[in-house]
Design a binder for this molecule. Structure first.
Ligand SMILES: Cc1cc2nc3c(=O)[nH]c(=O)nc-3n(C[C@H](O)[C@H](O)[C@H](O)COP(=O)(O)OP(=O)(O)OC[C@H]3O[C@@H](n4cnc5c(N)ncnc54)[C@H](O)[C@@H]3O)c2cc1C
Length: 395
């Protein structure tokens, strides 16, 4: 009988043979977009991992997975981290819509979509938020009207990350406007390469445009691409949000395997800016104290992730996702505040020769981290969920 030790040994040997040196360091991780060309080692790594079912290791084999157990999954992640390997594939395909299809899709939908998703064939955007529906998502108004074998979609989604390079988008749309607002919504898969879908970039203060407004003008989606049944989108869509939150939280065992966190490098990054004694102890007591607390919190976060994964029988944790997502986001933000404080004026550079490029990147990263308590549901929304669903407090 094969033991975990055997699995580890086989995994180690296989990775040694198949993981190119070039992907054993931080860098671009594909998310399936056909519009982004992959360099040779990244393509090779993705294909080898997909052939082995390790882009989505816990999925059934028929859909591109390897059906490994949760214990084996933990070993696989451990071995990937040991050699610093990048995940071969990430994104909303393997982490959000794929796991949702596994739970709510029909057999035909699973057979049609999942093998491609597991190989990174097509990148996905997420069409939930609208100008009038963010935290109050059930107020969404994108309309889907049945027209023979298709739905015609009309309306507007906003903050659609990566939509400019996505091949598909899953949307929450209103299929029955006469029903109570939570009961007339459907989750629909839409091909973005059609004239009815227009993507308009939203330019951020940094000059980058990772966000978009996505317009639907008589966009067509086959009725076969409604997931979980017409008007059941609220239930299906909420489950997808749990997969999103558990991905942010690092506890989604139904998706691709996560990479290492940059937080572990915080003491090293910080040490470039602070005075230390001959034993390497930071002289500033206040800063030293905060760094120690940050490291303790990081350790607690990792143990909590491990515990939640071990305790969860389902493919991904339910409401606990909100708690671990939130504590993780606050922890990342705390680390960046600490780093910026240690950097002093070098931490507030935007451009110019006085700042090194890594310093400018740190400032931008500090700003980017602010979004962690908005994306995937705001901090206040997570606190509401924790209060009601985890702690059982009254409404
Ligand atoms: C980096 C990033 C990526 C994103 N990517 C996508 C994407 O790909 N697809 C997509 O659909 N959306 C995406 N979003 C949008 C995101 O889901 C919404 O921004 C978020 O749900 C909040 O909605 P809102 O912006 O409309 O804010 P609002 O809902 O208007 O909230 C404004 C403020 O009011 C507070 N608030 C609202 N309701 C309550 C309440 N009941 N109790 C207490 N406080 C409340 C909120 O916490 C917030 O502070 C992304 C957002 C970010 C930042």
């Amino acid at each position: 009988m094969s033991t975990l030790a055997d699995f580890r040994a086989e995994t180690r040997d296989w990775l040694e043979e198949n993981c190119p040196e070039e992907v054993r360091r931080p860098g671009f991780v594909p998310w399936g977009s056909r519009q982004i060309e992959l360099d040779e080692p990244t393509r090779f790594w993705l294909d080898r991992m997909a052939d082995r079912g390790w882009t989505v290791p816990t999925w059934p084999r028929e859909y591109g997975g390897a059906e490994i157990t949760r214990d084996e999954y933990a070993v696989l992640i451990d071995e990937l981290k040991r050699i610093n390997a990048r995940p071969p594939l990430t994104g909303r395909g393997v982490n959000y819509i794929g796991p949702t299809l596994l739970e709510y899709g029909s057999d035909e939908q699973k057979a049609r979509w999942l093998p491609g998703i597991s190989r990174g064939d097509g990148g996905w955007a997420m069409g939930y938020s609208e100008p009038g529906a963010g935290s109050d998502l059930a107020s969404l108004s994108l309309r889907a009207v049945k027209d023979g074998d298709n739905y015609l979609l009309n309306g507007r989604k906003i903050w659609t990350s990566d939509a400019m390079e996505a091949d598909y988008i899953f949307v929450l749309a209103r299929t029955s406007p006469d029903k109570p607002k939570h009961e007339g919504i459907s989750l629909i898969l839409v091909d973005m390469s059609q004239p009815g879908v227009t993507v308009r970039p939203i330019r951020l203060i940094s000059g980058a445009s990772p966000f978009n407004e996505t317009l639907f003008e008589d966009a067509v989606a086959p009725v076969d691409d409604v997931v979980g049944g017409v008007d059941h989108g609220w239930t299906v869509g909420k489950r997808l949000l749990q997969f999103e939150r558990s991905t942010h939280a690092g506890i989604n065992t139904s998706g691709s395997q996560g990479g290492g966190s940059e937080d572990a490098r915080m003491p090293e990054k910080l040490s470039a800016y602070v005075d230390a004694d001959s034993r390497g102890r930071i002289l500033d007591h206040g800063l030293r104290d905060r760094l120690i607390r940050f490291e303790q919190a990081g350790h607690a976060q990792r143990l909590t992730q491990q515990r939640v994964i071990e305790e969860t029988q389902a493919r991904a944790p339910g409401f606990a996702s909100s708690a671990v997502k939130l504590s993780g986001a606050l922890h990342h933000q705390d680390g960046h505040e600490l780093l910026l404080e240690a950097m002093g004026t070098q931490g507030v550079g935007w451009e110019g020769e006085t700042f090194e490029s890594r310093e400018i990147n740190t400032t931008r990263e500090w700003l980017r981290q602010k979004a962690l308590t908005i994306a995937g549901g705001t901090k206040e929304v997570q606190l509401n969920i924790i209060a009601k669903r985890v702690l059982g407090l009254p409404d």
